[in-house]
Design a protein around this ligand. Structure first.
Ligand code: DHB
Ligand code: FE
Length: 265
């Protein structure tokens, strides 16, 4: 028996799809081209590649749904940290690492960065103990570890747990901008619309803590050329950060300070 919610959502999708076909006087050939695109996305997808999600992302759908779902997480500085899309490259069970460790392995040409900050309760400002920061980003070649046979398994990923003071610190890279995979249907849509496939340089996070709502987010490098033109529309003002030059630390050339504010249920 269909739930009222399912009846509502699918019924509404049918209505809008029919209106869309009528408004555009969609032809059989055009509709079949769409069917083929959906089938191709399915054929390309496996546990390393989620082409259906990529297609939705270039249409702005994941960003829109993120915005609708996490209304509370606005850009205001007294709000919980803003959310951003998960994207297709998160992996579960990233290695648990000790505070202060690096997530970088076997990469010589990266801009090593000392990243640090605090996880707090957004209402009380109190530090949150036992918060887990799950971080992932690409190598300088623009590839996530699972896309790149030259990187060790789980490279540029890690999970860090805060102590009593809610603070975290780790070493990562200042990321680079790179294209989303454009050799499939998502790339085809971009090309048909004369759009580029680049995302501004970003680092992904999922921050969780007992008793708090998880935050899925990304931070973006202010100086990136694509900062106002993300192929998947995920940038929010409060998630834009500055990588500062760092002197006197043999392990890093840049410093990045960022705090995360969580909300209770
Ligand atoms: C998408 C998101 C990412 O974070 C990324 O690195 C590539 C693609 C996406 O939303 O499609
Ligand atoms: Fe990404």
């Amino acid at each position: 028996k269909a739930s009222p919610r399912i009846r509502q959502v699918i019924g509404s999708a049918i209505q809008h799809l029919h209106d869309w076909a009528r408004e555009n006087e969609l032809t059989v050939d055009e509709w079949m081209a769409g069917v083929e695109l959906i089938n191709e996305a399915g054929r390309m997808s496996d546990d390393r590649r989620n082409e259906g999600q990529l297609v939705c992302d270039v249409l702005g759908l994941e960003s829109l749904v993120d915005e609708i779902t996490y209304k509370l997480a606005t850009d205001a500085s007294d709000a919980p940290t803003a959310s951003a899309i998960l994207g297709p490259f998160w992996r579960k069970d990233a290695p648990e690492r000790a505070m202060g460790d690096t997530i970088v392995s076997g990469i010589e040409n990266g801009d090593n960065t000392w990243m640090h900050g605090q996880v707090t309760d957004y209402l009380t400002g109190k530090p949150i103990e036992g918060a887990v920061l799950d971080i992932w980003h690409t190598a300088p070649n623009g590839l996530y570890e699972q896309q790149d046979p030259d990187q060790p398994d789980m490279n540029l990923r890690g999970r860090f747990t805060t102590g009593k003071d809610g603070k975290y610190e780790l070493y990562c890279l200042r990321p680079t901008s790179y294209p989303i995979p454009f050799d499939g249907p998502a790339g085809k849509i971009l090309q048909l619309l004369d759009r580029h496939p680049y995302r501004p340089a970003h680092i992904h996070f999922i921050v969780t803590a007992p008793g708090y709502k998880p935050i899925v987010t990304q931070i973006f490098d202010r100086r990136d050329k694509y900062i106002t033109d993300d192929a998947v529309f995920a940038v929010k003002e409060s998630l834009i950060v500055d990588f500062e030059p760092l002197k006197g630390n043999p392990k890093a050339d840049f410093e990045l300070s960022y705090d995360f504010r969580l909300a209770t249920y």
